[in-house]
Design a protein around this ligand. Structure first.
Ligand code: 8NA
Ligand code: MG
Ligand code: MG
Length: 354
């Protein structure tokens, strides 16, 4: 199988950054009106050149800040680059110190308790604080999934992708409905990096991997304890397959079946559906937007946890389409985009070395 080129690494991190920064503007709104979103995006485009003025090309206004999604993604990448492999103690330390440095990035309500415990010198097992969350049930939030893309940009072997996606998520999310979401998102980025996979093959492969991932005792008992059917991620992937066989699906049906919430189960499948649906044109989204832009616009238009769903779909779409589809005016509107480009370059070098 040919190695993916550097454009996909750049695309993945840039797509993730765009999804977070643009999505954060609308986070938590139950309804996002498309005309308002499109008019906001128009404002990011460069102003027409003035008579005798400077050349067009720079974004207007202040840059859009990134949130916890990117802060934690950066810690994952920085840890992998510093250690040249997954190191749970180093990664946990980076999560906690990043939180201490900038606590107001919009972190989940409960995960900050994990960071506080990790910062204590008494902490000897970095997985223990996550296990203690929610009376020992562990978090099923989407925080493990939102930050995981870097794992798929370092490890080319699919078993490694699963193993380290799980471990990286377990530093904060001990419930299998949390870390299995991270495994699913990492698998989606992994598959998107491969050359020319069709929509059907992409989805079939995700389903067959997740049916295996979700069949272990802990996944079965966690799902039952929360009142879900067995193999809940796999079931939603099959629902996505049904949706994609229809020429259009009402937003209300997408929200009912897949969701737009902060649980991994109510957001990771939604991000994957958005990516796959937006391979085709959408009658509601202007045609001059490319597929990566369409994916991000579609995710945000669903409302709810917009930054996190758009960052996950943006990482997948960016890995699939590559940096060619990253619009410079959008990228330059985002905080710290140049550092993202440098990190992508270093990740690519590490991936090629391994
Ligand atoms: P988390 O582990 O705190 O989980 C997020 C939330 O999910 C928790 O606060 C709970 O409400 C709920 N939850 C998770 N597990 C359980 C459980 N076992 N039982 C009952 N409730 C549970 O943090 P996270 O890192 O997973 O969260 C990620 C999300 O939080 C992202 O959307 C991120 O952007 C951020 N977020 C922030 C805001 C904000 O305005 N600050 C809003 C939404 C989301
Ligand atoms: Mg966020
Ligand atoms: Mg969010």
């Amino acid at each position: 199988r040919p190695r993916p080129g550097p454009a996909r690494f750049r695309g993945c991190l840039a797509g993730a950054l765009l999804g977070d920064c643009l999505g954060a503007v609308f986070e938590g709104r139950s309804v996002v009106k498309l005309p308002e979103l499109l008019s906001f995006l128009k404002g990011l485009e460069p102003a027409p050149p003035e008579e005798g003025g400077e050349a067009a090309g720079s974004a207007r206004g202040e840059s859009l800040p990134y949130t916890d999604d990117t802060a934690m993604s950066r810690s994952v990448v920085q840890s992998l680059l510093a250690k040249q492999e997954f190191d749970e103690v180093d990664m946990a330390k980076r999560f906690a110190e990043e939180y201490k440095k900038e606590p107001n990035r919009g972190y989940g309500m409960a995960v900050v308790n994990v960071f506080k415990k990790l910062l204590s010198p008494k902490c000897s097992d970095v997985f223990e604080p996550a296990r203690a969350q929610f009376n020992g049930k562990g978090s099923y939030g989407n925080g493990g999934a939102m930050r995981v893309a870097g794992i798929s940009l370092v490890y080319s072997d699919i078993q490694d992708v699963k193993k380290f996606a799980k471990l990286s998520a377990e530093l904060t999310h001990a419930n299998s409905l949390g870390y299995n979401g991270a495994i699913l998102q990492a698998l989606a980025v992994h598959l998107a990096l491969q050359e020319g996979l069709s929509r059907e093959t992409f989805l079939e492969q995700l389903i067959s991997h997740m049916e295996h991932v979700e069949a272990d005792d802990k996944s079965l008992s966690d799902a039952r304890a929360l009142g879900f059917e067995d193999l809940p991620f796999s079931r939603r992937l099959k629902k996505i397959k049904e949706f994609l066989e229809l020429s259009s699906v009402p937003k209300a049906d997408v929200l009912f079946e897949l969701g737009n919430g902060i649980a991994a189960l109510r957001s990771v499948p939604t991000a994957i559906y958005s990516f796959l649906r937006c391979m085709d044109a959408d009658p509601d989204i202007p045609e001059h937007y490319n597929a990566l832009q369409r994916t991000i616009i579609y995710c945000i238009s669903l409302g709810g946890d917009t930054d996190t769903i758009a960052t996950m779909a943006g990482a997948i779409a960016g890995a699939y389409y590559g940096e060619e589809q990253v619009p410079p005016s959008w990228e330059q509107s985002c905080e710290a985009f140049q550092e993202t480009q440098r990190m992508a370059k270093s990740l690519y070098e590490l991936y090629c070395q391994r």
